[in-house]
Design a protein around this ligand. Structure first.
Ligand code: KG4
Ligand code: ZN
Length: 339
């Protein structure tokens, strides 16, 4: 079965062709980083306009690289949320138009669920469920108990900023370009530990929830002083590296601690990771150090950031389970509850 995947939830326009849920024939991603860089974050209105320009060329490229025509596609899978409403509309309406014009079934996919499926796709071998899914992206931070593909229980999530968002905002404070995650990781490597100490937030009575907003503000106060007084003027490169290291350590340690505690609580041996922050090598080191006996499944490079191969791959399973596509009246959803 050949599935065409379409992704446009945020600032990546992506199309992919995937055979039988795992075999990637093409995975084209047009990033908009250049467009949003000067604003230090994604500007929704600009993202939507760029999606309009890019969606058809990216689709053509994905079909060409896979060496298939629309006539050979069996199913169209599209991320219909969560995401920016205008951005979602471009991908969803493209998918509907293609489905209608070519008389193909189409199916809406939860973008966050697809981030977790990306790890399964990367792994290549079957995993034994239940697993613990960890989503660490620019828009989401969540711990999910996965009983099988499509059967989930949300265990914890952020109550304020997503972890990637916190990385991006702290990077912006340090004058680093968007997206900030890789920049923070780079500086942190040269940072001295122990010069600054931060802690991620804890949510009372909810041990597996996350809070990164206070951590981000703590970095800001260290930089500028509580009321904008005593700024750390002319921040030296070394000080910026020390701050980046302290922030990164606090954010990642919190993820490691809560994830391993959740795995323990639910007696899960396999942990799957999804989302852009999982590219962080320090995160991987910390997990291996904290518990080398767990099985960690990380997404491969092309599948960690937003992409359409994960959408197509999950679409294959969803369609098999549902036994049918979705109606053309399917709506975009800014938020989708996980269960
Ligand atoms: O999964 P993704 O492409 O987008 C969303 O679905 O939100 O993830 C993008 C996020 C950005 O916040 C980016 O700064 C972060 O992933 N990121 C990183 C690293 N690489 C990307 N964060 C920390 N360390 C990295 N190496
Ligand atoms: Zn994403």
């Amino acid at each position: 079965m050949l599935v065409l995947g379409i992704e446009s939830t945020c600032d990546e326009t992506a199309c992919a062709v995937v055979r039988e849920g795992t075999h990637i024939l093409s995975n084209i991603v047009a990033s908009q980083i250049d467009l949003h860089k000067e604003y230090g974050g994604v500007v929704p209105e600009l993202a939507c306009r760029r999606h309009i320009d890019l969606i058809m060329p990216v689709l053509q490229q994905a079909l060409q690289q896979a060496q298939v025509s629309m006539a050979e596609i069996d199913l169209i899978a599209v991320a219909h949320g969560p995401g920016l409403i205008g951005a979602l509309l471009i991908g969803l309406n493209t998918a509907k138009a293609l489905a209608f014009a070519h008389q193909k079934p189409f199916i809406g996919i939860n973008h966050i669920e697809a981030h977790l499926y990306a790890a399964l796709m990367s792994h290549g071998e079957p995993v034994s469920f239940p697993c613990l899914g960890v989503v660490l992206s620019g828009g989401h931070t969540a711990l999910v108990l996965m009983k099988e593909i499509g059967v989930y229980q949300l265990i914890g999530q952020t109550v304020d900023d997503a972890i990637g968002e916190a990385f991006d905002k702290v990077a912006k404070m340090l004058g680093l370009p968007y997206p900030g995650g890789p920049q923070i990781e780079r500086l942190a490597r040269a940072g001295k530990t122990g010069v600054y100490t931060f802690k991620a937030g804890q949510v009372k009575g909810r041990p597996f929830d996350f809070s990164f907003s206070g951590l981000k503000t703590a970095v800001l106060y260290t930089l500028k002083g509580p009321k904008g007084q005593q700024p750390l003027e002319n921040l030296s490169m070394q000080e910026a590296c020390n701050l980046a290291a302290a922030f990164q350590q606090a954010a990642l340690e919190d993820v490691v601690k809560k994830t391993l505690a959740a795995a323990d609580r639910h007696q899960v041996r396999t942990i799957l990771f999804g989302g852009g922050v999982t590219n962080n090598q320090r995160l991987r080191e910390l997990f291996n150090q904290a518990n080398p006996h767990q099985t960690y499944i990380w997404p491969s490079v092309g599948l960690s950031l937003d992409n359409a191969a994960m959408i197509a791959g999950l679409g294959y399973h969803r369609y098999a389970k549902q036994g049918a596509g979705d109606p053309l009246s399917l709506e975009p959803l800014v938020r989708i509850p996980f269960v």
